[in-house]
Design a protein around this ligand. Structure first.
Ligand code: IMP
Length: 180
């Protein structure tokens, strides 16, 4: 059965809309970071597809790193603490950092990560996010480059998963019945 035309999925943002928006975001990044040799930091795993499209839309010299952080459990929600599962391979002192994330939901993960990166002496730390579930925000997180604001619905596709499924969808969708 085709995964992409799965009747359990309701398309929220089409592949064409995503491509068009990311082209513009890449041009904005290229303009703002010209001559700065920024370091793009992708947050694994969800940001991988957005990151690979965004960096190819940004026609400037840049570097690439990845970081993996634990998804939060009950304890983190109160402490705001996030565990780093895979750290950067390089020092970032003096570098211009652009964190690339799939979605900002409560903002807890990103506010921790952005503060952590700033504390390492980066020259600047900014954020590019494909999706913003703004209604759910608990911690303020400035999004410098945003793809799309979305309603408070659980979405999948374009890197985002539900129990590790649906990351390969070329569009963003809402799962009608999570049990199927
Ligand atoms: P935050 O700390 O609540 O902002 O959580 C951000 C992380 O939660 C994202 O990087 C995603 O991994 C995950 N997440 C939040 N909302 C969704 C969703 O609608 N679909 C899939 N993953 C989500």
């Amino acid at each position: 059965m085709s995964e992409f035309s799965n009747p359990n999925l309701e398309v929220l943002i089409s592949s064409e809309e995503i491509q068009q928006r990311i082209k513009q975001m890449g041009a904005d990044v290229a303009r703002d970071y010209a001559g700065l040799n920024p370091l793009l930091i992708g947050v694994l795993k969800g940001a991988c597809i957005f990151l690979s499209d965004l960096m190819r839309a940004a026609d400037i010299p840049l570097g690439l790193e990845f970081i993996a952080i634990s998804s939060y459990g009950a304890s983190m929600r109160t402490s705001g603490e996030v565990r780093i599962l895979k750290d950067l391979d390089v020092a970032i002192e003096g570098r211009h950092i652009l964190v690339v994330e799939d979605i900002v939901d409560t903002g807890l993960t990103l506010s921790y990560l952005l503060a952590n990166l700033k504390s390492r002496g980066a020259a600047s730390v900014k954020l590019a996010a494909l999706l913003d579930k703004f209604e759910r925000r608990e911690k303020e997180v400035p999004i410098d480059y945003l793809g799309f604001p979305i309603p408070d619905k659980f979405v999948v596709g374009y890197g985002l998963d539900f129990a590790e499924r649906y990351r390969n969808l070329p569009f963003i969708a809402v799962v009608r019945d999570p049990e199927v």
